[in-house]
Design a protein around this ligand. Structure first.
Ligand code: IVH
Length: 740
């Protein structure tokens, strides 16, 4: 790597990796909603670690390699771990495993002939948890959090039937046990089915389901979810409660020493003790004395993996002798005495029976392979995404082909490879349709885009239902009980064709809704519940409405920025709806008069172009909005049907204008502030937007006029200048408490 890229590029790549990893950590640990597979995540981490080892001076104090997981989130009490909860390094191949073993031997001064026992345990894919017992009673359960501070989930964990509440008399007085909470595959499938039937969101995989169930503020919800635990370690153990003062931070070394004294000097002995005390421990752990034994155990587990009723993502190797563990200690929050041997993504070979084309909300056509159903890692797979036409052509995927498919983590299965030698004679290359399979409109590919799109717009039923699903989705109107199935059924019945219909459903269908839906088991109560859920959403914030409209490239963040900038829907329409005669301020009533896109500024080219340019200029002055998003927005607000729907929606809804906190209410209103250094809890853009919404003026340089300098990590010359000028300097935390 070092010899191909100049150092500046490496620095840039490094910073990019830090940002990407932090983002994905947040998605995975904070929101239980990962966007990339474990394998992709691991690849990012490895690249980061490689750069750090080659260029130690580039290493940032914020490096994800220094953090374990995600900081504890709000809502639960914080718990400081008396002994930090560590993470694990990874190996991905036999060579890397050998490196790990040689490193351990070298560190301990052992020769190849000296005995080195390794306990190999399945790596359970769930979330780690600490269980503290005082006088043999469960008193506290906590998540790992960032390894130092986790969340108090005692009440939730008490509802897990596997977790003992009381320990036998021979258990230590003070004991902290660690383990992995998980959901079995069968429980996961049943839970998802129940969620679906109740019109609630389903979980992508058992890990997310387990994490989402544990981190419920209402422990009664946790109680209703089928959770299990496997215990794999002990943080500390004291025979006499006098040895332990509550709230003490005792550290890793002291923790290990207490464990040896109270329980034994081998990991295998400790695990057996846990079993005797009544903790569920995994019965597939194996004590290995040679690297051959380790590898054959790995292969056995890999082969067994699909048949296990719980998900494992690798094997954890631990040096069995605790006195060795004490000497090896840890680096960068991971012990030197353990590592995780990760499994490759799960793959299988099957046949493509058909290639279907799905039409999304924006008209994008996505090809989907219909597969001969096959089990991949315990899950039956019958569809795989083929992404787009280019991907099919590049891999030359044909109907009837034998293909290798991969299910990596929780992402949609993918076709990795076509087994061309198995191709039947006469298999034809796939021809991507030039007509929409749903509405038969032309399919186009816009310049610079990979996706092909249906041009049917409003007449395309597929687009219409997808748009409706988006309209009622979580970040948008979030209408309870109105899931994808309900939308599809109501669309089919003709009950809901446009978003406006949702809000007139009750008056139109007071009597007919129940009978129509009766065949799906609807009763009066179901209709009543739905109407109530809809009523609740008549009053709604502007940003949600903007997001719900499903304008291309306008996600939740952009919708918020637009709301903050324009304040009201009226302002947005005024600025973005162009007027053919230049000064007409009333929405045009003639569909023909609306100007659809920049490309057809036909009526009065000069004034329309001027208006268009003004609108673009204003839009692109907003953080993160570029010309292409601006064009999509203007396009949307100049489509006659969109405006018609908007007008009708405005009649049905009470759209709350975006209100910046009143100047007089905010302690920073009118103040001139400068942000410098690296902020840790928000991006610069967020900090600026928030400050401005509170009436502060954010500038880039420090002068005598500056009221506050907010200094993040590694602040440099601006901080120095602030001190020289006597400008008040605030830490990020102080700023946050000042601005609430
Ligand atoms: S030992 C000292 N053993 O994997 C090492 N962890 O990637 C800390 N995990 O946070 C953990 N099965 O959540 C250990 N048999 C096992 C495990 C295991 C699953 C999880 C655990 C840990 C993560 C590290």
């Amino acid at each position: 790597m070092g010899d191909v890229l100049p150092k500046n590029d490496i620095k840039e790549r490094y910073q990019d990796l830090v940002a990407q990893i932090s983002y994905h950590d947040k998605k995975y640990h904070g929101e239980d909603n990962p966007e990339i597979s474990d394998a992709e995540y691991d690849a990012l981490r490895r690249e980061l670690e490689q750069i750090e080892s080659e260029y130690p001076d580039l290493k940032s104090p914020n490096s994800p390699s220094e953090k374990v997981g995600q900081a504890a989130s709000r809502g639960f009490q914080k718990v400081r771990h008396a002994v930090p909860m560590l993470s694990l390094s990874n190996v991905f191949s036999e060579e890397e495993l050998d490196d790990f073993l040689s490193r351990v031997r070298r560190f301990l001064g052992l020769s190849d002939e000296d005995e080195l026992e390794i306990l190999a345990e399945p790596k359970i894919d769930g979330l780690s948890c600490s269980l503290r017992y005082e006088n043999r009673k469960l008193v506290q359960a906590a998540t790992r959090g960032d390894g130092q501070v986790g969340e108090d989930i005692t009440e939730n964990v008490k509802t897990i039937s596997d977790v003992p509440h009381d320990l036998p008399d021979d258990a230590p007085d003070i004991l902290e046990v660690r383990g992995e909470i998980y959901m079995t595959r069968s429980d996961f499938l049943a839970l998802n089915q129940a969620q679906e039937e109740a019109g609630k969101p389903t979980f992508a995989n058992p890990r997310n389901a387990a994490a989402g169930s544990v981190r419920q503020l209402d422990y009664k919800i946790t109680a209703s979810r089928p959770l299990s635990i496997f215990c794999y370690g002990v943080g500390y153990a004291y025979k006499n409660e006098d040895y332990f003062n509550k709230g003490d931070i005792i550290g890793l070394d002291e923790g290990l020493r207490s464990v040896v004294e109270s329980l034994g000097d081998k990991q295998s002995i400790i695990i057996n003790k846990l079993r005797e005390f009544g903790f569920p421990v995994n019965d597939r752990s194996l004590l290995c004395e040679t690297s051959e034994a380790i590898i054959s155990n790995y292969k056995n587990l890999l082969a067994e993996r699909p048949d296990l009723n719980y998900e494992i993502d690798g094997v954890v190797y631990k040096v069995n002798d605790i006195s060795f563990q004490e000497r090896l200690k840890s680096v960068s929050r991971a012990p030197r005495w353990a590592t995780a041997h990760k499994f490759p993504a799960e793959r299988a070979v099957t046949i493509i029976n058909a290639i279907d084309i799905q039409v999304g909300r924006t008209g994008a056509l996505t090809p989907v392979a219909r597969l001969e159903p096959i089990t991949v890692g315990g899950v039956v797979v019958s569809n795989a995404t083929l992404h787009n036409a280019d991907e099919i052509a590049r891999k030359d995927i044909r109907v009837g082909d034998h293909v290798v498919i991969q299910r990596a983590g929780d992402v949609i299965p993918q076709v990795v490879e076509v087994l061309k030698q198995k191709r039947k004679e006469g298999a034809e290359p796939f021809v991507f349709p030039d007509k929409c399979p749903v509405c038969n409109s032309d399919v186009i590919q816009e310049e610079g885009e990979v996706a092909r799109r249906c041009t049917g717009g409003l007449i395309c039923e597929a687009q219409a239902t997808e748009r409706l699903k988006h309209f009622v989705s979580k970040g948008a109107f979030d209408i309870e009980g109105m899931g994808a199935k309900v939308i599809e059924a109501f669309y089919e019945e003709g009950l809901i064709r446009s978003p406006v219909d949702i809000f007139t459903l009750q008056e139109r269908d007071k009597d007919s809704l129940t009978p129509i839906r009766a065949k799906d088991g609807w009763g009066e109560q179901s209709a009543k519940n739905l109407f109530e859920a809809i009523e609740k959403k008549r009053k709604i914030s502007l940003d949600r409405v903007l997001y719900a409209l499903g304008i291309r490239q306008v996600g939740q963040a952009t919708a918020k920025r637009l709301a903050a900038h324009y304040g009201s829907l009226g302002n947005i329409r005024n600025s973005l709806t162009l007027h053919p005669d230049g000064d007409q301020r009333e929405p045009c009533q003639d569909p023909e008069q609306y100007i659809p896109r920049q490309s057809s500024l036909a009526l009065d080219p000069d004034s329309s172009l001027r208006e268009y340019q003004d609108a673009v200029r204003e839009l692109t002055s907003i953080e993160d909005i570029g010309p292409s998003v601006a064009d999509d927005l203007i396009g949307f607000f100049n489509e006659y049907h969109n405006l018609e729907i908007l007008t009708k929606l405005e009649e049905q809804l009470e759209i709350e204008d975006f209100v910046a906190v009143e100047a007089s209410d905010s302690p920073v209103a009118g103040k001139v502030v400068v942000f410098t250094g690296t902020l840790t809890t928000m991006t610069r853009a967020e900090a600026k937007a928030r400050a401005e919404s509170l009436g502060a003026k954010v500038t880039g340089s420090v002068s005598a006029k500056t009221d506050y300098v907010i200094a993040g990590e590694e602040a440099g010359s601006k901080l120095k200048k602030a001190r020289e000028l006597g400008v008040q300097v605030l830490s990020e935390a102080e700023w946050k408490s000042l601005t609430g």
